[in-house]
Write a protein that binds this ligand. Structure first.
Ligand code: PMP
Length: 367
């Protein structure tokens, strides 16, 4: 039997596992930070309309520069993130994972390194590996906040080419303030010219304002966003960044020609027409997130402060065993491999009730 390791793959990929959140068929799936609300019917109809129009031109390549989409994304950011951005400052790709990949292909690569403060979004390390960028696991405090002094020291010592700041951070839910970003940015630039990427995939769910205004006057600062969470469109695969126009020019050097299909662009544009409705779902999810935090605390769980659409809770002597016990009750949460902790995504009120009932049961059984 030929296996992966019998193939002439790159040495650094040997023995590694792909990203793999389990996709199990259970009644309540709260494990991948998806938005639980299907798109509203009027939006579904509008997508059908716009996609039909795009289909009439599928014999042609899509708009390679996605100008209309970037213009609408820029308007959305200007309206919601507290800072005016233009289409020239926005770039879009197939999910923010592809945005991160393009950034690493452009600013990382062989002989270069990237740092992130762990535990954090595992794809930062995985995409680094995939692009030949060395990965440096940076520190975090026991309460999962970033220890700025320790982070500054790590940056000064390691002199990375790319710094990831995930805020709100996956899987912990913790967000950082502008002061932290500025200190890390200054430390990074002092070490060498360095790209600082703020991954704001969960930005819309935060109690804090977006960090987007910080890109002003800082050409090496990028904010990455996605339509997978707040727009409830994980299946669409649409991520985007906002930065100095030079960064947008730079990623053109690595992007595949026509990477964003006409169907993707048409669907994303339809979704952006329905922003206001979709943001009302975000408000409901934020309220549900706060309810989950409060109810878990009332059950004496330790809960990490959350600015995202998910909640990290513990502690468990054996988090995998607890994960299984919750799954046995039909609720799938996430075991991210953070010892003692699990992560649950805020779902519909009924899904969250099912989750809270399941953990209440294991609480009782263990007392
Ligand atoms: N960044 C973070 C922090 C995430 O949690 C995720 C999705 N889990 C992504 C980026 C990627 O999302 P997408 O590719 O769907 O935009």
């Amino acid at each position: 039997m030929t296996g992966i390791d019998d193939l002439p793959i790159r040495d650094e990929l040997r023995g590694k596992s792909p990203y793999g959140a389990p996709q199990l068929d259970v009644p309540v799936r709260l494990n991948t930070n998806e938005n639980p609300y299907p798109l509203p019917e009027p939006l579904v109809a509008r997508i059908a309309e716009r996609v039909a129009e795009a289909a009439r031109h599928l014999n042609r390549y899509p708009d390679r520069d996605a100008v209309e989409l970037r213009t609408e994304l820029a308007k959305y950011l200007t309206r919601t993130a507290g800072h005016e951005v233009t289409a020239g400052q926005v770039w879009a790709a197939n999910g923010s994972n592809e945005i991160i990949q393009q950034l690493l292909q452009t600013f990382g690569g062989p002989g270069r390194t990237a740092i992130g403060f762990e535990p954090s979004y595992s794809m930062h390390a995985l995409i680094s590996r995939g692009t030949g960028t060395g990965w440096i696991p940076g520190p975090r405090r026991a309460d999962f906040t970033i220890d700025v002094d320790a982070a500054v020291t790590a940056i000064a010592e390691q002199r990375p080419h790319v710094v990831f700041i995930c805020s709100p951070n996956n899987p912990t839910g913790t967000a950082v303030g502008a002061g932290t970003v500025l200190r890390l940015y200054e430390a990074a630039q002092a070490a060498r010219p360095c790209l600082v990427v703020i991954d704001e995939a969960y930005g819309e769910f935060s109690h804090r304002p977006s960090l987007l205004p910080l890109i002003e006057g800082r050409p090496n600062l990028v904010v990455s966003r996605t339509m997978s969470k707040a727009f409830g469109a994980a299946g669409l695969r649409l991520g985007y960044l906002a930065a100095h126009p030079a960064v947008v020019d730079a990623v053109q050097l690595v992007r595949l020609p026509y990477h964003l299909s006409s169907v993707t662009q048409a669907t994303a544009l339809a979704a952006l027409e329905h922003t206001d409705t979709l943001l009302t779902y975000v408000e409901q999810l934020k309220a549900e997130r706060d309810r989950i935090v409060a109810e878990l605390r009332a059950m004496d769980f330790e809960v990490t402060e959350s600015d995202a659409n998910f909640v990290q809770f513990g502690r468990f002597a054996d988090s995998h065993e607890a994960w299984q016990a919750i799954l046995d009750q039909g609720v799938l949460v996430r075991d991210n491999g953070v010892p003692g902790w699990l992560r649950v995504t805020a779902g519909t009120p009924a899904e969250n009730d099912a989750f809270l009932d399941a953990v209440r049961t294991i609480r009782k059984e263990n007392n």
